[in-house]
Design a protein around this ligand. Structure first.
Ligand SMILES: NC(=O)c1ccc[n+]([C@@H]2O[C@H](COP(=O)([O-])OP(=O)(O)OC[C@H]3O[C@@H](n4cnc5c(N)ncnc54)[C@H](OP(=O)(O)O)[C@@H]3O)[C@@H](O)[C@H]2O)c1
Length: 281
């Protein structure tokens, strides 16, 4: 593993590069300059789950970067007033799975990227009630809507996922004990299966050469709330047990990494079609 450090404006972040992609390190500075010019051109990103604890931090960071942001929320109660009134924010008040196919196609129209920070609310109804396939169905329907529009550019899809889910494109080794616990979670805790199925949809149905949609499934460890962005490490696979020794990832860092993926072409090229794991340092 190679440890690289990149300066992004006044923010420092640390990436552990997979040996197979160390060649990119030499190119990184030049690519960063190109992408800085590129991101001066504002893009439009649709964020679902934008009222959630992570989603709203992502929206703030996207707006700070001068991006246009569209959000689909059931309520704006959790969003700060300066975000709600921001000139670059469009708000669609709806429950994502209640939208018709044509409404969905309209809302993803002209979007350069879609980010899902959806998650089941941590209540009995949220965990065991309907919709049990919230994240998977939203992912599938949003991707279908993108394709329905036949865009003349590729659209990025970023999914907030979890270290509890393995990337089955890679041989991620987990202990027998962890396999047993994950198997029980899959059976007994619907949101876990939903997170797995959503990533599997991107991995197997969209795949690596879709031509319309490119995707990244971001896997944070146990989520924490911190006031500021701090250094993170990014890995192709978990470096610790998600069940017995999970690390920590602050929601603001998840928002930061997702915003970077959307706006930094070199970072996108590095991780597209993969399921990067991020930990706070
Ligand atoms: N907890 C952890 O340690 C951990 C670790 C790794 C990954 N994750 C994953 O990270 C994701 C997001 O986490 P978070 O803490 O930011 O989530 P969160 O605060 O619970 O936000 C969830 C978002 O999903 C929306 N949502 C929930 N049920 C919905 C429904 N039936 N229809 C439409 N929208 C609905 C919520 O909207 P409302 O505001 O309207 O309810 C909210 O915007 C989840 O998928 C979770 O599995 C969690």
């Amino acid at each position: 593993m190679f440890k690289g450090v990149q300066d992004c404006s006044n923010i420092r972040w640390i990436v552990y590069f997979n040996p197979s992609i160390t060649i990119r390190i030499d190119l990184l500075k030049r690519i960063t300059i190109i992408s800085t010019i590129f991101t001066a051109v504002s893009m439009t990103t649709l964020v679902v789950g934008a009222s959630g604890a992570t989603g709203r931090l992502l929206v703030e960071q996207m707006l700070e970067r001068g991006q246009h942001v569209r959000i689909i929320v059931r309520s704006t109660d959790n969003l700060p007033s300066e975000v709600i009134s921001h000139k670059n924010l469009s708000i669609i008040c709806a429950s994502i799975l209640d939208l018709s196919e044509s409404e969905m196609a309209e809302h993803v129209g002209e979007c350069d990227a879609i980010v899902s920070c959806l998650g089941h609310n941590l209540s009995f109804k949220g965990i065991f009630g309907k919709p049990r396939r919230l994240v998977t169905d939203a992912t599938r329907r949003l991707c279908n809507a993108v394709k329905e529009n036949s865009p003349n550019k590729t659209v990025k899809f970023v999914l907030m996922n979890s270290t509890g889910n393995s990337n089955r494109d890679l041989k991620e080794r987990i202990s027998f004990a962890q396999k047993c616990v994950i198997g029980l979670l899959r059976l007994l805790v619907p949101p876990h299966a939903d997170n797995e199925n959503a990533a599997d949809y991107l991995r197997t149905k969209i795949g690596q050469s879709d031509g319309v949609i490119e995707w990244v499934a971001v896997r944070p460890a146990s989520l924490t709330n911190e006031p500021e962005i701090t250094p993170i490490t990014v890995h192709p696979s978990p470096t610790r047990s998600a069940i017995f020794n999970d690390g920590k990832t602050s929601r603001i860092n998840v928002g930061y990494f997702m915003a970077e993926l959307v706006t930094d072409e070199s970072l996108w090229d590095m991780w597209k079609g993969q399921m990067p794991v991020i930990y706070n340092v």
